[in-house]
Every structure is written in C-alpha cells, then in structure tokens.
Design a protein around this ligand. Sequence first.
Ligand code: TEU
Length: 570
Amino acid sequence: MNDRDATMSAPPDREWWKEAVVYEIYPRSFNDADGDGIGDLPGITEKVEYLDRLGVDVVWLCPVYDSPNHDNGYDISDYRAIMDEFGTIADWDELLAELHARDIRLIMDLVVNHTSDEHEWFRRSRRREGGYDDYYHWRDGSPDEPPNNWESIFGGSAWTYDEVREEWYLHLFHESQPDLNWRTPDVRADVKEMMTWWLEKGIDGFRMDAINLLSKPAGYPDGDPTASLVGEELFFNGPRLTAYLRELYDDVLSNYDAMTVAEMANTDIETAVEYLGEEGAGLDMIFQFEHMKIDWGPRGKYDPEGWGEFDLPELKEILSRWQTRLRDRGWNSVFLGNHDQARIVSRFGDDDEYHEESATLLATFLLTMGGTPYLYQGDEIGMTNFEFDTFDEVNDVETIGAVEDLLRRGVVDSFDEVRDLVNYASRDHARTPMQWDTTDNAGFTNGEPWLPVNENYPEINVQAALADPDSVWYYYQRLIDLRHDEDVFVYGEYDLLCPDDERIYAYTRTLGDDVMLVVLNWSAESARFDAGGIDVADAAVVVGNYDDPPVTPDEEALRPYEAVVYRLDA
Ligand code: TEU
C-alpha cells in the first residue's frame, strides 16, 4: 500500500463518540427495583448486564435530579441531588461504576434553559433576594396583559404573572419551568460549576436539553403572529447563543474527554455548522428535528387539520442533505425516536402486519447511516404505541397543554375529535413501561405502574425476544456488532441512490476500498431496487432481515420492509 492509499483508507479524526452506539434511558419507565411503580436507579443497575449484551457503548440518562415532576424531571429543583423516587447519590455512583466496569459510558441530561419554579434560585428571585433578582426573565406591566405575544411550546402564553414579585416571568415550556436569564453572568457561572461537579464525578458528557433556546433577544419584541409557534423566529438560536455555548466549551467541556449532543429544534445546516467542532462553538453533534416534523400539520405537531402524512422521497431528501452537507464540517446524530416521540415502529414502520420486518428495517437504517446512532429503550424489541381512549389517560404535560389549547381556542369541541391525533403523536407512547417479561406489568414493577403497560406485553417483551434467535433484539445486536467491526459505517461517505423512488431507500457508504450498499424497502408492498448506474453484479450479502435475500440486489423484488446490506468492494 502506498502512502496515498494509506491516507485514503485511514478514517479521519477518530473519536470514541463517533464510533459509539448510544442507548437512551427514560428512568421513570425503565425498571422499578423497589415496587413503587416508578423506575429507579437500582432498577437500571440491574439491567447493565442486559445493555452490555446488546452491545451499546453509551447510555444517555434522562434527568434523575430532584424535581416536582410536572415534566417528569425536566423541571429541576436541585441539580446536584437525585430525585427520591429514583434513589440516592450512592445508587447513582453504583450505576456509574457498573457501567464503567463494562466500558459503557454515561452521559447525563443537562437541562439549563429553565429550572423548576421550586428551585431555590427561583424562590429567591421571585422575592428579589440576595443577588438572584435577574436569574430569570422578569417583566413588569399590567397583570392582564402579557409582555409580548410569545407562545409556550407546551401551549398558551409563554408568560405567567407571579403574584409574589408582581411581575411576569417567561417560560418557553410549562409555567412550572421558568427560563433562566443567561445574560446574568452569575447564572452562567452557577451552571458551569454544576457541569464541572458532574464531570468530576466521572460522567462522559452531556445531552443538552433545548439548548438553542438560551438566548432571548433584548427587549422581548413580539413575534410573527402567523408563525406556528409565535416567537419561534426570535427565541430559537438567539443572538448570543454561540457565545454562551463557546463559553461552556472553553471554561468547562474542553477540559474533559466528554461528548456533547445538543438538542436543537428549528436549526438548519448552516446554523448547525456554526455550533459544531473546535471551529464552531465546540459541540460534538446536535439533534436536528427536520425529519421529526415531516408528518406534522401546517400548524405544528398537534394540528388536527393535517397530520401523519409524509412520503419517502421527502424523508430521504432531508436526511441525505444532513448526511452530505455536514460531511467534513461537523458530525451527525442519527435517530428516529426518543422520549418525546411516538414509537418508531408505529410511526415509521408497520406495527401490525409487518411488525418484525419493519422494526428490523428501522434498525438497519439507524445502524448503517453516517453519524452517531441513538437507540431508545424498547425499540430493540419493537415496542409500539399505546391506545388512549379518554383524555384522563393522558399524562404528558405537552399533550395535555396542546389539547387544552385546541379546546380553549375552539379548534375542536371535545377530546374525541383529537383522539386519533393523540394516539398518533403523544409523547406518552415512548413512556409506557419497558416490557421485560410476561409476568404482571411486564416485569417492570411489582407495584402499580405510574403509566399503564401496553397490552401487547405478553408477545412483545425482552424475555420472549431473548428466547427467539430470530427476534428483533438479536437483529439489533448483530447490526451493532457489524457497525463496531466495519469502520465504513462510521466514517464512510454517504451517497443516496434512486432519490425519487417511493418505496426504496438505498445508499452506499464508502471508505477507501470498502463499499457497502444498503437497500431498504420502506413499504408494505414488494418493490424492486433499480441500481441505476452502479455495478452490483458482484454484491455479497452482509446481513438481511429476511431469510434468503436477493443474491444480487436488483435481480428480484424485495419483500415488504425487507432490508439488505451488501458489500460491493472493488
Ligand atoms: O424537549 C424540547 C422540545 O422542544 C420538545 O418539546 C420537543 O420539541 C417536543 O417534545 C416534540 O414533541 C426537551 C425534552 O426532550 C423534553 O422532554 C422536555 O419536556 C423539554 O425539553 C423541556 O425540558
């Protein structure tokens, strides 16, 4: 091999977080060790062996900090204490030790756009005590008229009048989640100290919650009243965001071998590039949400006028644009679901007739794209959406806010009119308890689960999956292994094939002489792959989700939701 070949096939800029497969845990719903119906830290520790067996490298743990739980831990009242229901700091130490003993890293959720209104900072701020005056966004004015027209992401005005301070405070989420004022240097200093405290405890990075909302424009001007979320063009990616992120990087993150993934809805590629890497604001990667809005209506996620529709060419266009335009300028994250989204097999696959086929097709996609893949708990067994009958069954603060907003504005007259939409989109789908086995409550708890268990647990559960060598679970394990073995899936170039095909999503990944072809029949019909200009005559099957996949990719039709990976080496 000459020097040039050596450089061409050596992956550039190796990083552990580029090679990692991340598994997200929503602790409330994962595993309950003490029988109170709520998942907890010892429950997760019991399952570390399970995670190791699956083969994941990093756990992203959703918030476990002290919280009154209006938004299940995303409303934090003490950043350095563990929520009682989840256990103690000693339980957390043990979880970290057990993960690290198996070379699994741990990243924690960093929720610093807002705190809980029960946080000491807010209690002091509303009483104008001891230097905390400006920790939040306070505005005076008549109690009848909010300071501007901004809407909360969870429905209604983004402002609430506080009777104690006799001023309005800003909350881009629930009223129990007041936004921190990042213009105040002490706020930034306190956050940096807290981040350092967790990093010193040995964590391996942060998932940064709603982080592109940190900077609000001076003077709080009105937003465009016709926007689907009024104010969004002003408070997403605000004027000082880059500076704030850079400050976190320079003063804290750059001192550690820590990964960051920043949650950034409403962010385009060019803006993302400004935040990514040493050249940018220091972030390793972001979660972009363009593909997560593909099935929304014109007025957003809970738009009763048009939801649930999308076509494959559009999905391919969005994802391929991010794949190619971030190449050498940043790094992608790859995900189809998380704790805020419906179940991936129900939303992007077919949770009925082609349950296993589509669940494994989605696995093939997640684990062969460019960027770091994020798996959400339960997707490895193909967990599905839940059926809601009544509004009372809904737990999620976002869904409740959205439905109340539709009722208040007279867009609908009753829950019945939005039941199908809630059954399609609610965040609760991701939060029903993890299905471990066929015993009561799917083995999640010995008590009364905080959210009902999906009725399909006797069929869809971990125990059954582990007993069946052909299960979705073993397919995930195999694909994770494959990704670990083949640099081409991590570092290879991505090239989309047949962009306009309505059923087939096909792409190649290329690294030096290694070429992989991924062919996904993302439909419930059979479909034939058209290789176009590329030579597939010598293709060799690497893995497929059906027995006997087509030996040559374009010689026969793929079956419904059939997924095949071929090696096309020169
Ligand atoms: O989510 C931020 C966010 O914008 C979400 O509201 C998302 O757009 C929406 O749920 C999609 O339906 C983060 C957390 O992931 C979420 O769980 C929290 O509720 C929210 O921040 C507030 O902390």
